[in-house]
Design a protein around this ligand. Structure first.
Ligand code: GLY
Ligand code: MN
Ligand code: MN
Length: 417
């Protein structure tokens, strides 16, 4: 940090309605650095002197507040519990901040996320400018912490991967339970409840994103969230759901026939997506880019679309012009970690970034045939996505969610219970 100072705020509390707040979820960067999940806190990394120090500002113990809002770690316990060098009450942060900025060669801070925090930091810089007579200088450079920290978060340690494997196992149990619970006549939200029930029963804090249960034509809506349709005999059901465990996300999609038997058209689409997913997983290894992984999936999807008669024309031209995009309109992969669409640069020097061991990505091809598409009516309203989470290893990749039913026979058996 070259004699600089870094500042990391805890996530703010967001009001929901009147005096109700959204459930609190710590900022991922702040949690990555501290392991501390309380609101109203700041982490300062002070590298100005010869011995760099970490100082955590946090809410002090308060008997009355704790009766209403729950236990607090408190200032005294924080250094031993969290490994910071020093802890102070958060009420003193604003006043102390200019002192930390005095003669800092650079300020490391993620401006542009929360206006109130930006203002607080800018005000402190202003205060230091006013101290010129003290012969101190404000920071002469500002560095975005994202660029540095997110490179660390992008590459997962073995400890992080072990949490992600456990998150994958809980997510698998939830998908299996939903497949078993599915029946024509039940509502999408009943499966959502089943998924989220298993997450909590197994100790995951929350879903990593809102659970998507799309049946029939809803399977073709990428971010369907109402989950309020009654499932009908003959529907496919697409469930995109993953738990968040100890602040790490899983992100898994399975698609299955609600009555336990794929129709011929459903099966043809499903097997195409499955082959595409397998091809993309097989292509994932160090040195390849997410464009390469996407391309591996798209080539198989296009072959399938031609075979099924959903597309006509020259394979090469379809690939070149992207005519498949009316059935496959999203990308195949994103980074996965503490955030479901995780941090980390997808491009380095404007070029797609080669994958490295320790990076975790999703592999999630799909095909979505609109209800009104100009195709054989047997295919209309079919939506299929298959999504797994893989970590890049030195010689390929490890599928963290491989145990969740995926072949036609595994899926049909699971739905029939
Ligand atoms: N569930 C969000 C995604 O698959 O990217
Ligand atoms: Mn997903
Ligand atoms: Mn995903």
């Amino acid at each position: 940090m070259g004699k600089g100072v870094a500042l990391f705020p805890a996530a703010p509390v967001f009001p929901r309605n009147r005096d109700v707040e959204h459930p609190y979820r710590q900022d991922s960067d702040f949690f990555y650095l501290t392991g501390f999940d309380e609101p109203e806190a700041w982490l300062v990394l002070d590298a100005r002197g010869d011995a760099p120090r970490s100082i955590l500002f946090l809410r002090p113990k308060d008997e009355t507040r704790e009766i209403w809002d729950g236990k607090r770690l408190g200032v005294e316990a924080a250094p031993a519990a969290l490994g910071v060098d020093e802890a102070r009450p958060v009420e003193s942060f604003e006043e102390a901040l200019p002192d930390f900025l005095e003669d800092a060669k650079a300020l490391y801070f993620g401006f542009g996320k929360h206006r109130a925090y930006d203002a607080l930091v800018l005000d402190a810089i202003e205060v230091v400018r006013g101290r010129a007579r003290k012969k101190v200088e404000p920071p002469r450079a500002v560095v975005d912490t994202d660029a540095i920290l997110h490179e660390h978060r992008l590459r997962k340690s073995e400890e992080e991967l072990e949490i992600m494997r456990r998150a994958g196992r809980i997510t698998g149990e939830a998908h299996l339970a939903a497949m078993r619970a599915a029946e024509p006549g039940r509502f999408e939200y009943e499966l959502e409840a089943e998924i989220n029930r298993i997450f909590r029963m197994r100790g995951a804090e929350r879903p990593a994103y809102e659970t998507i249960v799309g049946s029939g034509p809803n399977a073709t809506i990428l971010h369907h969230r109402r989950n309020d349709r009654r499932m009908e005999d003959g529907d496919l059901v697409l469930i995109d759901a993953g738990c968040e465990l100890e602040y790490y996300a899983s992100d898994v999609t399975r698609t299955f026939p609600v009555n336990g038997k794929f129709s011929p058209a459903q099966r043809a689409v499903y097997e195409t997506v499955l082959r595409a997913q397998e091809a993309a997983i097989a292509a994932t290894r160090p040195g390849v880019t997410l464009d390469d992984v996407h391309r591996a999936a798209v080539e198989v999807l296009v072959d399938g679309l031609l075979e099924m008669g959903l597309l006509e024309g020259e394979r090469a031209e379809i690939l070149e012009k992207g005519a498949y995009s009316k059935f496959y309109m999203h990308r195949t992969s994103h980074f996965l970690g503490m955030d479901v669409h995780d941090v980390g640069a997808y491009h380095v020097e404007k070029k797609p970034r080669p994958l490295e061991p320790g990076m975790v990505i999703t592999i999630e091809p799909g095909l979505y045939v609109g209800e009104n598409a100009d195709v054989d009516p047997a295919f209309r309203g079919i939506g299929v996505r298959i999504e797994d989470d893989v970590v890049v290893t030195p010689d390929g990749c490890e599928n963290l969610t491989a145990h969740i039913p995926k072949s036609v026979s595994e899926i049909e058996a699971a739905v029939r219970g």
